[in-house]
Design a protein around this ligand. Sequence first.
Ligand code: KG4
Ligand code: ZN
Length: 343
Amino acid sequence: MGDMILGIETSCDETAVAVVERASVVRSSVISSQVDQHAEFGGVVPEIAGRAHVREFVPVLAEALATSGVEGKDMDAVAATVGPGLVGSLLVGMSAAKALSLVWGVPFVGVNHLEAHLYASFLEEPDLELPLVVLLVSGGHTMLVLMEGHGRYRLLGSTLDDAAGEAFDKVARYLGLGYPGGPAVDALAEEGDPRAYAYPRSMVRENPETLPDDRRYAFSFSGLKTAVVNHVRSDPAAATADVAASFQEAVVDALVVKARWAVEATGAKGACLGGGVAANSRLRERFLDMCTATGVRAFLPSRAMCTDNAAMVAAAGWWRLRSDGPSPLDTSADSNLGLSLLG
Ligand code: KG4
Ligand code: ZN
């Protein structure tokens, strides 16, 4: 089986194409972001996203091929995200991937976007030791997963309401920091005091044993968002930088404390981060400290690999192709696709 994979990502508001060799050498990775087109609406507008993917796809593909130095005839497979995401957006990348696989006479591989975020770490550090605790934090998901092998995931816990990225986006919007909110809160928090306000940390205790099993690794961020809103309403003079830093600290505390519990309880060899929120400066710093304190190996993907890109899709596709073979050409888009989990 060949090693040169073309990866395609169009699940949300980034049109991305990459060429990756052996799931570890990035030959090219091109991303066209639609952020400007959605900013005035304060979030991603599905109709605009789908149309923008159609417009952007061919130029992005052309640039990814040209800069990779690899010709279409030398590609061994085409991988595309098939879910979760916006259906109208997913279909653009999937249809293109299927057409290219037919033209080049190579396999098509459908990739789960969550698994792709997870493989961002393997792409940059192929020798990561298993089992591995993975904290997957994006705009749509917040999950703590124990990865026991390639394609073998055990879910430890996830969010009961908002995803971490969603909380960043909602709080940023309320504070008037614009869209997307995560990077804006991250930057402003640098100038604030993380201890200025004691916002709530949901289901966080001194001793994890005092929490019921199904809550131990669970997260909840909607109460935190409400606490921030109520506080700012009652204290309009509060410095926005202090609010941003205190909010960020509360999110990071919950994420890092539970990741530490997971590392301690599972005896994992390492821990890694994935998803857009993994680009957060404070989370990266605190996660590294936690790994040092517990004596496990940490891996933080570069910031560019944390947010949506197609290199991670190509890497996940290479592993999927090895374990399951090609996907059928009638594979459909699944907006709610979950990570396939061990019992
Ligand atoms: O993984 P991603 O690019 O797309 C999804 O699959 O959802 O994640 C996007 C999310 C957004 O909510 C964005 O605000 C958040 O990641 N994000 C950040 C940072 N950069 C992106 N959140 C906190 N700090 C950041 N530096
Ligand atoms: Zn994503």
